[in-house]
Ligand binder design. Structure first.
Ligand code: GLN
Length: 192
């Protein structure tokens, strides 16, 4: 059984831990570099990417996170977590840094300028999911190696992507009872 960490600096940590357990993984909170060393994969939750970046820096996690991602650790970022996994962002605050790993441009608070939050039914990797968006980013553009896994109807925006061992969604599957996205991530870990 893979052990998956949930980056526990800020955001919807408990909900992801519960969904990962339901999806058949063992899940632990990650706050320190030693905890990061102990996991096979990592979920980066929703929350606020500017705060998460600053806390990761303060807790000396930013470089270890970048290192593990570079070495191929599977990771799944939801909402603010998607922003953290983006190689490039738009509408970040001054100097905002990410962990990076996915060759994409993500626009922060993109849907938020139109509607703060909304729900939509969409296809995720060919399966129907009910997606909850909260001040959500969208993916503005992707590189050639990035697979688009989901599109949301308002504006036909890219909201789910995968590049090798890295997965990201603009929405929050941990807030629904549906473990499909978490199961997809756990299956990814088993295949890799
Ligand atoms: N708007 C937030 C950010 O920029 C993301 C919102 C969320 O994770 N629900 O980080």
């Amino acid at each position: 059984m893979p052990t998956i960490g949930v980056l526990a600096l800020q955001g919807s940590v408990r909900e992801h831990v519960r969904m990962l357990q339901e999806a058949g993984a063992s899940a632990i909170a990650v706050r320190r570099p030693a905890e990061l060393d102990a996991v096979d994969g990592l979920v980066i939750p929703g929350g606020e990417s500017t705060t998460m970046w600053k806390l990761a820096d303060t807790f000396d996690l930013l470089d270890p996170l970048r290192m593990r991602i570079k070495e191929g650790m599977p990771a799944y970022g939801s909402c603010a977590g998607m922003i953290m996994l983006a190689d490039r962002i738009e509408d970040g605050v001054d100097g905002q840094q990410t962990i990076g790993g996915i060759d994409m441009v993500v626009r922060r608070n993109a849907f938020g300028r139109q509607v703060d939050s909304f729900e939509a039914d969409l296809d995720f990797a060919g399966e129907p999911v009910h997606a909850i968006f909260i001040r959500a980013p969208w993916v503005e553009s992707v590189g050639a190696d990035v697979e688009v896994l989901g599109i949301a109807e308002p504006g036909d925006r890219i909201v789910a992507v995968r590049q090798g061992p890295l997965l990201a969604t603009s929405f929050h599957p941990e807030l629904t009872g549906d473990t499909r996205v978490h199961r997809y991530f756990v299956d990814m870990l088993r295949e890799l």
